[in-house]
Structures are given as structure tokens and as C-alpha cells.
Design a protein around this ligand. Structure first.
Ligand code: AMP
Ligand code: MG
Length: 330
């Protein structure tokens, strides 16, 4: 298949919308990461998403909308908590899980009785969704297991020749995937942490909102079980900011004949070793995280990362870093 690279303009949007309605796959920009869009009402289009990504079919997809009115087409029941969250917090990098209507096919929800819905904040994403004029299922536009793409050039790396088009918009501002908030249960529960933190949601609901911390528990978001966000080269993670320990680990790898790189908070502490800044603020770390992993895997053969921020948003970033490092903490 010849993938079309559409510029983000009126023609590009119109073409992208037509392709979606015809049952084709189109990658598009959002504020979190690039999404791989399909018409949520076209079962064969939705199924082709799993094939293009190599995604297991028991990992459900998020349905994207541009107008809150579309929620009624998809969700069967909206609790008073859900109403508050939708009113106050959407649009943002926040996905809400609600009981699903029968019109939502089980291939989207992996057989669950709930559906995940997201209204992006990004103006580009909403313009695309409006042009599509149907709810759009979209996982991240990467090969399953790889770091998510935060620029269209990274979508090209993974998806060229496999999908009809890429809508080439801006690089993603947030850089990590949306918070997934389950509002279909008695107590709201964050299934995947993101930029919209438990604290912010608690403030809106005036109640405690917990974050799922055992991804193997029965109450879960199926997708969080899988290998995720992994660069092609080995990676380890340090969370206490101990530069001496990191230098020791680096020097040992060099002795073994490897070419490691440090992805760290204070690059000046590491002398002449190969080093890259992970970012100075949580926002910068998140924005550049997946791009950094994709850049470093091209030049080096081992990533030693360090991230010691302890803010609520840092916990969401850490969730991705730990998985990128395959849980190898040093
Ligand atoms: P991705 O599209 O790769 O960003 O992943 C989507 C995330 O949303 C995965 O972690 C899914 O498990 C989660 N998700 C999607 N639909 C549901 C649902 N109905 N219930 C719980 N989690 C969901
Ligand atoms: Mg993904």
C-alpha cells in the first residue's frame, strides 16, 4: 500500500475525513501521541488497526470524539461523577470508561461491557475528528510494544506502507498517553496515569480517586499488561538520582565493549561520558521521552536512564519509563 502524507490544511483534512469514512486507516496528531484512526462504525476498518500495529485483539481501543454530544451515541449510562468529569475536565488528555451502548462493536472493547472515550484538547485532533464526522477508534500509531510516536516522522517509521495516510500535524505537546479513568464502577479508578492527575480529578469529584497499581489484578485495563514503550536496545532505570551509581554502571558496560548512553536529569555530572538530558521539567521530560528513546536506539546500544522527580505528574511519566526499561531498575 502507498501511504499518503497529507499536509495539515483544508485539503489534507478533507481527504483524511473521506478516507476514514471509506474504511481506511489514517494516523493523526493529538496533544498526547499520534493516533491510528479508524471509523468506529466500520468493524473491518477497526479490525485492520490490530493487524497494522500487531496489537493483541484483547487490548481494547479508545473511541475519539470532537463534540461532547457524541458521548450519547456511544455510552449507555452517564453517572453523576461521569457528568462532572465530562463537564469540567473534557476536552483534555483524559479518557473516560463508561458502560457501552450496543452500537459499539465488541472488537473495539475486547468483549468488555464498557467503552473508553476521549475528546482531545488538540485543535488539530478535533479538526480531524470533525472532518471524519464519525467516532474514531485510535490506539497510538506505533508498532505494538514500541515507544509511541510524538511526531509524524515517527509514525512513518512504523506505519509506512501499512496504512492509507498520515495527517502531518505538529509534534505532540504532552508526549505521553492520556489518563484512563474508569467511571463505570462505584468508585472512580485510574487505570492508566497521565497528565490529568488523580489530584485534579479528586478536586472535581470531591472524593478520593485511586490509581490502579497492580496491573495483573482482575480489575484492570487489559492493555496495561503488555510489553510497552520499549526501545530496540536494552534499558535500565534509576529513580534515586545517584550519579555515582550511574557512572559505575556506565563504566562497566564500556569495559564489556558496549556503547551506553546516559539519559539523565543533570548531564553536567557525568564528565566525558555519552549523555543526553532527559529534560528540566516534568512537562519537558514527558514531551521528549519517546522521541529520546527512538533517537538514542539509533546511535547507542544501551540506555541508562535516571528520573527522580516525585510530583504527581512524575508518577505518570515513571509509569512509562519503568515499562520502557522492562522493569529493570538499578
Ligand atoms: P492505547 O490505545 O495503546 O493508548 O491503549 C488504550 C488503553 O485504554 C489501554 O490501556 C486499554 O486497556 C484502555 N482501555 C480501552 N478501553 C477500555 C475499557 N473499555 N476498559 C478499560 N480500559 C480500556
Ligand atoms: Mg499504545
Amino acid at each position: 500500500m502507498n501511504t499518503e502524507y497529507l499536509q495539515f490544511n483544508e485539503y489534507g483534512l478533507k481527504t483524511a475525513g473521506e478516507l476514514i469514512r471509506k474504511g481506511e486507516l489514517v494516523a493523526f496528531p493529538t496533544e498526547t501521541v499520534y493516533g491510528l484512526g479508524a471509523n468506529a462504525y466500520d468493524v473491518s476498518a477497526v479490525k485492520s488497526t490490530f493487524t497494522a500495529k500487531g496489537r493483541p485483539s484483547d487490548n481494547p481501543l479508545i473511541v475519539h470524539i470532537y463534540d461532547k454530544k457524541q458521548i450519547g451515541e456511544i455510552a449507555r449510562e452517564i453517572s453523576s461523577d461521569a457528568e462532572k468529569v465530562i463537564d469540567v475536565l473534557l476536552p483534555d488528555s483524559l479518557t473516560v470508561v463508561l458502560p457501552k451502548k450496543d452500537s459499539v462493536d465488541s472488537c473495539i472493547t475486547a468483549g468488555l461491557d464498557t467503552v473508553a472515550i476521549r475528546m482531545p484538547k488538540s485543535v488539530e485532533a478535533r479538526a480531524f475528528l470533525k472532518a471524519a464526522n464519525v467516532p474514531v477508534t485510535a490506539p497510538s500509531a506505533n508498532i505494538s510494544g514500541r515507544p509511541s510516536p510524538t511526531a509524524w516522522q515517527r509514525v512513518k517509521e512504523d506505519m509506512d506502507g501499512k496504512i492509507a495516510a498520515v495527517l502531518c500535524g505538529s509534534p505532540c505537546d504532552v508526549g505521553i498517553e492520556s489518563t484512563v479513568l474508569d467511571l463505570s464502577r462505584e468508585q472512580p479508578l485510574i487505570l492508566r496515569p497521565g497528565a490529568v492527575t488523580a489530584e485534579r480529578i479528586s478536586d472535581v469529584l470531591c472524593k478520593t480517586v485511586n490509581v490502579l497499581n497492580d496491573p495483573n489484578s482482575k480489575v484492570n485495563s487489559p492493555g496495561v499488561r503488555y510489553k510497552h514503550y520499549a526501545p530496540k536496545i536494552p534499558m535500565v532505570l534509576n529513580v534515586d538520582g545517584n550519579a555515582d551509581k550511574l557512572c559505575g554502571y556506565y563504566d562497566e558496560l564500556v569495559k564489556q565493549g558496549l556503547r551506553p548512553v546516559l539519559l539523565v536529569e543533570k548531564p553536567s555530572l557525568y564528565g566525558l561520558r555519552s549523555v543526553k538530558s532527559i529534560g528540566d521539567t516534568d512537562e519537558e521530560v514527558a514531551r521528549n521521552l519517546f522521541e529520546n528513546l527512538r533517537l538514542l536506539e539509533e546511535k547507542y546500544d544501551y540506555i541508562i536512564a535516571s528520573f527522580s522527580s516525585k510530583t504527581p505528574f512524575a508518577q505518570s511519566i515513571l509509569n512509562r519509563l519503568v515499562r520502557s526499561a522492562g522493569h529493570n531498575l538499578i
